[in-house]
Each structure stands twice: as structure tokens, then as C-alpha cells.
Write a protein that binds this ligand. Structure first.
Ligand code: NDP
Length: 295
């Protein structure tokens, strides 16, 4: 009897008729393994020009080689999203090599907790990688987005752990719910969290209680995405977030409901939505690209 894959979504029904071409350029961060790697593979199979980035050159080149052995050609450049110098190098290489960008997937992230653990020992690295990294990279690449009828697309891979309902601090909730929330306020929130961690009071301040540092990083990422989406609304650039759900990758110690291929398939469908169906400021969840809420 054939084995059934766990909750694997159907592959193609969500894909629209092809509007993209070989000239459509996509960049994916943290793509040497996991969901990022599966996403690069899928976009390359579909005929886009794809830039696989990874913080470690060796691991990145191995991933490129793996794809080459399957007949897929992708470009590579090392990129550590937590290092502004690395982002700068990448942005100038990208500008020189491609000049224009259509799709950016901020996928790279870290968590240092096993399931059911909640240490904040690495909170600074987690915030820097999962929140500052995508923000810095987006800022560096913004001028290169092709503003055309097909619209540029930024997809931030986020998590339900960072949804507003996980935050119990009333003042911060009110701030994030305010449609006029600013980038400075979000940065202030993140600083406050890191101060709370340093002074050891973080458990009593109403922060999310599961994978707290990771959840705060994604909370900040969602809030920043909302600001960006508003800023570029009607200006041929969409900004959305996507939570892939519990997926079998290194981050979860291989545990999870979905395969990284299944998660990547949904992400692919979101970034390739036809221009007339493309939304902005949405939080997509789960295993179909149809499920979303406002950011
Ligand atoms: P993995 O741990 O398998 O992959 C994470 C990737 O990010 C790796 O390639 C890692 O590189 C890279 N990375 C880490 N730090 C940096 C950095 N500073 N610069 C560049 N790349 C970096 O995890 P997933 O595939 O599961 O995670 C992908 C995304 O999905 C993340 O944003 C995660 O938060 C999100 N997500 C995952 C869920 C899950 O259940 N798996 C659930 C919800 C969200 P290296 O190999 O060098 O460490």
C-alpha cells in the first residue's frame, strides 16, 4: 500500500495561469535548507530567475549543487541577514547583476528553543535575525523593485506565535492596534523586550509565553509589515506575511504536520498570485493560500 504523506497539500491547483517569465527575479533568504530551500526549488521549477542566499557559503553552494543535479539552475550569493555589512554587499552585487527585483521572500530565521522550552538566552540574536534582518534587507532592496503592472512582492515568513492575541501587555496591544503605529514605536517595543530580558523581569510583562523571544521577533515583523504594506498600497508593491504552520524542519527538530515542500508550495502560490488577485497587508496561514486575516 502506498504511504500517505502527512497533510501534504495538492501541488498545482493553487497556481494561477503563468504571468511570470524567466525575467521575473526572486530572492529567498536562508535558503540552504528547510522551507527556503524548497521554495527556491519550486520557483526555479516554475521558470523564474531565482537567487538562493545563505549565510554560510559552503552550505549555500551545496544547496545550489543539489538543485543542479536535478536540472535546476539558480544563482547564489552569501547573505547573513543579521549583518548590515553582508546586506550591503549583497545589495550592490544584486544591483549590478540583475538591477531589478520582483519577489523578495524574507525566510531566514532562528530559534534556539526545542519544542516545549522557553529560554531567552539568545534573545538578541533572535530579534536581530528575525526582525532587524528582514527589515534591513527590505530597506536595502526597496529601490530595486520593479514597479510594473505585475507588481513587486514581499513575503515575510512569519509565525502565528507572533500574532497580537499572544501579547497580553495592554499598553503594547493598544499601541500595535493603533493604525498610526510607527516604526520607531515597534523598535521601542523590541528594545523594551530586550531590556526586560536583561533585567530578568520578562516573564511578568505580558509578552507571549511560547518561544517568547521568537514570538516577539515575529510580532515585530508582522507590525513592521503592516506599516510597509500601508506605505506602498497602490504603488505596485505588496507586502504580506505567511505562517507555514508546524513544519518538519531543523527549527522544529524535524517534528511537524507539514513537509517543507508542502509549506513552500503554499508560499509559492502566495507570491505568484496573479496581479489582479494580489492583496497587501495580509497574514496568510496554514495549508491553503486562501486563508488570511488583516495584518
Ligand atoms: P530552518 O531552521 O530549516 O531554516 C532556517 C534557515 O534560515 C536556514 O537556512 C538558516 O541557515 C537560515 N538562517 C538563520 N540565520 C540566518 C542569518 N543570520 N542569515 C541568513 N540566513 C540565516 O527553519 P524553517 O525552514 O522551518 O524556517 C523558515 C521560516 O519559516 C522561518 O522564518 C521560520 O520562522 C518560519 N516558520 C517555521 C515554522 C516551522 O514549523 N518550521 C513554523 C512557522 C514559521 P543555517 O543553515 O546556516 O542555519
Amino acid at each position: 500500500m502506498a504511504l500517505k504523506e502527512p497533510d501534504t497539500i495538492l501541488v498545482s491547483p493553487c497556481l494561477p495561469p503563468r504571468w511570470w517569465s524567466k525575467e521575473t527575479v526572486a530572492v529567498v533568504t536562508g535558503a540552504n535548507k528547510g522551507i527556503g530551500f524548497a521554495l527556491v526549488k519550486r520557483l526555479a521549477e516554475l521558470g523564474l530567475t531565482v537567487v538562493l542566499t545563505a549565510r554560510d557559503k559552503g552550505r549555500g553552494l551545496n544547496a545550489v549543487e543539489l538543485l543542479k543535479n536535478q536540472g535546476l539552475h539558480v544563482h547564489f550569493f552569501p547573505l547573513d541577514v543579521s549583518e548590515p555589512a553582508s546586506i550591503k554587499k549583497f545589495a550592490s552585487w544584486f544591483q549590478e547583476t540583475f538591477g531589478t527585483l520582483d519577489i523578495l521572500v524574507n525566510n531566514a530565521a532562528v530559534s534556539f528553543n526545542h519544542i516545549n522550552e522557553n529560554s531567552v538566552e539568545h534573545a538578541e540574536t533572535v530579534i536581530r535575525t528575525n526582525f532587524n534582518g528582514p527589515k534591513w534587507l527590505t530597506e536595502a532592496l526597496l529601490p530595486m523593485f520593479r514597479r510594473s503592472d505585475s507588481a513587486g512582492r514581499i513575503l515575510n515568513i512569519s509565525s502565528r506565535l507572533g500574532l497580537l492575541n499572544k501579547l497580553k501587555n495592554p499598553k503594547l496591544r493598544e499601541m500595535l492596534l493603533d493604525e498610526k503605529v510607527t516604526e520607531n514605536q515597534i523598535e521601542g517595543m523590541v528594545r523594551l523586550f530586550l531590556e526586560n530580558v536583561k533585567s530578568g523581569i520578562w516573564r511578568s510583562q505580558g509578552w507571549p509565553t511560547v518561544w517568547t523571544d521568537y514570538a516577539v521577533s515575529k510580532l515585530a515583523l508582522n507590525a513592521h509589515s503592516k506599516i510597509m504594506a500601508k506605505l506602498f498600497k497602490g504603488r505596485e508593491l505588496s507586502v504580506n506575511c505567511f505562517c507555514p504552520g508546524f513544519t518538519q524542519t531543523s527549527m522544529t527538530g524535524g517534528k511537524g504536520k507539514y513537509t517543507s515542500q508542502a509549506a513552500a508550495e503554499v508560499a509559492t502560490c502566495i507570491v505568484l498570485l496573479p496581479p489582479e488577485k494580489l492583496l497587501t497587508g495580509k497574514f496568510y496561514v496554514g495549508s491553503t493560500p486562501g486563508v488570511y486575516s488583516k495584518l
